[in-house]
Design a protein around this ligand. Structure first.
Ligand code: R5P
Length: 237
């Protein structure tokens, strides 16, 4: 008899759910598409699945635009040709999210990739979000902080300015040094208020000196595949 047997179904297998959501989105990829490749543990499953469909010959001529150095490396490893972002529209972008509200507004960037994600996904004809059910919220900021990418130069002054808008928050610093993004910037993780007006706050943050980009993705996602133990929900904006 095993010691301390774990009761069945007490720990949901979030990885299996993330993969299930990713596969639903990857089914939308067609030959010849230029696809925005997201970043994070869920987007990873999508990149791998696109690579598998290319390797099997089921897909041909797909080109990826990567939203981080890590996703670019993975895409190349699994055989997806990667191009830099240029002004042409992308047919589709597939990415994870940290929070998804009922209108498919998002918080992204807990993995640090928000700037390249936003630059890429704003050019996508369709942004498809993939996630497990723990990412669903009734209001943005319910569970996650809002990542705000800020310039390193003068970052303490920028943080002072940010604290006037969103008092709770801290510089992301996983160890002795601050976290540095692919773009060489820092991230301030802001705690959002309960009475959040995300559109107004986004405007104020974008007007704050030293702020490079925020993790608000408002009105950008068209579709989300959200996997839960009872199945994958398809949410549309
Ligand atoms: O910066 C990271 C990205 O916005 C990710 O897409 C987001 O953090 C979700 O990542 P994961 O799928 O690992 O939860």
């Amino acid at each position: 008899m095993p010691e301390n047997p774990m009761p069945e179904n007490t720990v949901p297998d979030l990885e299996a759910l993330k993969k299930e959501a990713a596969l639903r989105a990857v089914a939308l990829v067609q030959s010849g598409m230029r696809v925005g490749l997201g970043t994070g543990s869920t987007a990873r499953y999508a990149i791998e699945a696109i690579g598998e469909r290319l390797a099997s010959g089921e897909l041909q001529g797909v080109v990826g635009v990567a939203t981080s150095d890590a996703s670019e490396t993975l895409a190349r490893q699994v055989g997806i040709p990667v191009e830099p972002l240029d002004p042409r529209p992308l047919d589709l972008a597939i990415d994870g999210a940290d929070e998804i509200d009922p209108q498919l507004n998002l918080i992204k960037g807990l993995g640090g990739a928000l700037l390249r994600e936003k630059l890429t996904e704003v050019q996508a004809r369709r942004l498809v979000i993939i996630a497990d059910h723990t990412k669903l919220v009734t209001r943005l900021g319910e569970k996650a902080p809002l990542p705000i990418e800020i310039a390193r130069f003068g970052f303490l002054s920028t943080i002072e300015r940010l604290r006037e808008l969103v008092p709770g928050g801290r510089l992301r610093q996983p160890g002795a040094q601050p976290y540095v993004t692919d773009n060489g910037n820092y991230i301030y993780d802001a705690q959002l208020p309960q009475d959040l007006d995300a559109t107004a706050l986004e405007r104020q943050l974008k007007g704050t000196l030293g702020v490079v980009e925020t993790g608000f993705f408002l009105g950008m996602a068209d579709l989300a595949f959200v996997a839960a133990p009872e199945g994958v929900r398809e949410l549309k904006r």
